[in-house]
Design a protein. Structure first.
Length: 234
């Protein structure tokens, strides 16, 4: 059995149900939970709407193709590993995918054991440990399984959307996150004038404590960041 961290959440975007069943059944033996989406449009929504440990993405898909999904995922700052599945075995195709932000490439037909091994390598590169189900930063602890949040040992009572925005910040410390990126973290795309981000962020900062605006800082004209960077303001 290939050793991989657990629990592992893998998003499979693949339009062929036989290939999807082959991957899902094969990876289940390694304790990898596979969520299958059958078209590019739903695949993009799933990729932006939840946290995944790795995405396995078919290159040719109905709706949006794999390259379009990959481009959007990288544009919003998601850096998790992406592996392409494809029937396109040319050098230019492989190079194009890797330059577009993919981390690995596997040509169809393939053995599911090789896919499992490649997934394990990608996870090791990301430094995921078997017990990596807790995020910690600025005295905050977020349990990814129970969704419980504490700060300095005291439980915080956050709404689901507040937990999601906090998780996004904790997964991207020191990275400036725009309002649109934070909206995509919730899988919504409201008009740019919406104050949804500001409303939830203000409540989250208040619940973090008196220094909440120092924990999540404003970068004028750019967005927000967890952790101090040049140009940040409370």
């Amino acid at each position: 059995m290939t050793h991989v961290p657990s629990p592992v959440r893998l998003l499979l975007v693949e339009d062929d149900p036989h290939t999807a069943a082959y991957v899902r059944d094969g990876l289940a033996r390694d304790g990898i939970g596979v969520t299958w989406v059958a078209n590019g449009t739903d695949g993009l929504s799933a990729a932006l709407g939840r946290h995944w440990d790795v995405i396995v993405l078919d290159r040719m898909l109905p709706g949006l193709d794999g390259m379009a999904i990959l481009k959007r995922v990288r544009e919003v700052g998601i850096r998790i590993p992406v592996l392409f599945l494809t029937t396109m075995d040319g050098v230019n195709s492989r190079v194009g995918g890797l330059r577009g932000g993919a981390d690995d490439y596997l040509v169809k037909p393939f053995a599911v054991r090789e896919l499992a091994a490649r997934v394990a390598v990608l996870l090791r590169r990301m430094g995921l440990a078997r017990d990596a189900t807790v995020l910690r930063a600025a005295g905050i602890t977020l349990d990814l399984l129970t969704r419980e949040v504490t700060r300095h040992g005291e439980k915080l009572f956050l709404q689901p959307q507040e937990v999601r925005i906090l998780e996004y910040f904790m997964r991207n410390p020191g990275t400036i996150l725009s309002r649109r990126m934070l909206l995509h973290a919730w899988n919504v795309d409201f008009p740019v004038h919406t104050n949804l981000v500001e409303t939830h962020l203000s409540r989250l900062r208040d619940k973090l404590g008196p220094d909440g605006r120092q924990v999540i800082q404003t970068i004028r004209g750019a967005g927000y960041v967890m952790g101090g960077v040049a140009g940040a303001e409370s």
